[in-house]
Design a protein around this ligand. Structure first.
Ligand code: AMP
Ligand code: MG
Length: 356
């Protein structure tokens, strides 16, 4: 299959003609697959209510069939076509955070095929704020199932070039709308229980949710590799976001203890003939003595860190390193989402730097 590549203005409006968007909408209507930009990461879209289309998404990504997809809508009225038993709290969250990087989970309507929900009786729904995503849903007139547009297990794509790297020839079209503002996937909140539970942290933090609806729980698996008693997000059990090299996260009492510990491990690996990379924050970067040092941004600028995280992980793949040592981030606010993705990318390998 030849994948069509097309550039779209990332600030498209309803009135503007866009041939590429119309071609993309047509492909979706016919059951094909289109990768498109959202404010989180690039999504791989197909018709959520068409069993064949959602099966194609799994095949293109090489995604395990029990890892469900998120359905994207452009107007709140469409929520009822997908979900049953929508609690009042969900409408309050939608009022504040939709369109935006928040996914909510509900009991599904019978019309939603098992192939879209990975066999679950629940469905995940989000309304993206990116104008290209919005316009694609509106112009196609369908509800779009879209997981991240990467090959299964790889870091999510935040540029059209990443999608091309993973899926060229496997999907019908890629819409290039530039880079993605947040760079990590949406916050997922399960709304089916008495107390809402965050299954995946993202830009919308637990505190932001609690400010609107009161107490919210955080799933125990968010920062640990503890198996869930009842896995609500089957995706959580699979390897994720992984660069090709083996990665470690290094925690320590002070920046100096982390730098010293990383430099010692780099030396040991190099002595064994390996190439080593460090994922560094700006202030510390010059202190590392590794083969490749990639600067992710200022430690306090969590929005920049989240926006660049996957791009940095993919960059290490092009540098041919065998090991990556990454600094760690505070587990507060957006930092929780950053640590959740880093932990998965590192397969939960964490090293405590000795204090100096
Ligand atoms: P991705 O879009 O690639 O981030 O994948 C979608 C994520 O949403 C996966 O981690 C899924 O496990 C999660 N998800 C989708 N639908 C459900 C659902 N019904 N229940 C729990 N998690 C879900
Ligand atoms: Mg994904």
């Amino acid at each position: 299959m030849n994948t069509i590549m097309a550039t779209v203005k990332s600030c498209i409006t309803e009135e503007e003609p866009s041939e590429a968007l119309d071609v993309a909408a047509d492909i979706l209507k016919k059951g094909g697959l289109v990768a498109f930009p959202t404010e989180t990461v690039y999504g791989l879209g197909g018709d959520a209510l068409n069993t064949e289309a959602s099966k194609k998404i799994y095949a293109a990504k090489g995604r395990p069939s029990d890892n469900p997809l998120i359905v994207h809508i452009a107007k709140e009225a469409d929520l009822k076509r997908l979900a049953r038993e929508i609690p009042d709290a969900a409408y309050r969250l939608a009022d504040v955070f939709w369109p935006g990087p928040l996914t909510m989970i509900f009991q599904k309507q019978p019309a939603v095929p098992d192939s879209t929900t990975g066999g679950l009786d629940t469905v995940a729904v989000r309304m993206p704020s990116h104008p290209v995503a919005y316009e694609l849903i509106r112009r196609s007139g369908i509800l779009i199932a879209a997981p991240s547009a990467n090959a299964s297990g790889r870091p999510s794509p935040t540029l059209a070039a990443h999608v091309r790297e993973d899926l060229d020839g496997r999907i019908d079209m890629i819409l290039d709308g530039g880079d993605c503002r947040y760079g990590i996937e949406s916050t997922i909140v399960d709304m089916t229980g008495e107390v809402p539970v965050v299954l995946r942290p993202g830009y919308i933090t637990k505190e932001m949710l609690e400010n609107v609806i009161g107490p919210v729980e955080m799933d125990a698996g968010v920062l640990s590799d503890r198996l869930h008693e009842r896995p609500k997000a089957p995706g959580m059990k699979y390897t994720h976001y992984a660069p090709k090299a083996t990665m470690y996260i290094v925690e320590g009492e002070s920046p100096n203890s982390v730098i010293r510990c990383i430099n010692r491990m780099v030396k040991e690996r190099q002595a064994a003939g390996c190439r080593v990379g460090v994922l560094a924050t700006r202030y510390n970067a010059l202190a590392y003595e590794a083969d490749e040092v990639i600067v992710i941004g200022d430690k306090e600028d969590t929005l920049m860190i989240s926006a660049k995280l996957y791009r940095c992980l993919r960059e290490f793949d092009t540098k041919d390193v065998d090991y990556i040592y990454a600094e760690s981030f505070a587990n507060t606010g957006l930092g929780t989402a950053i640590m959740n993705r880093l932990m998965k990318a590192a397969g939960h390998r964490v090293i405590q730097a000795p204090s100096i």
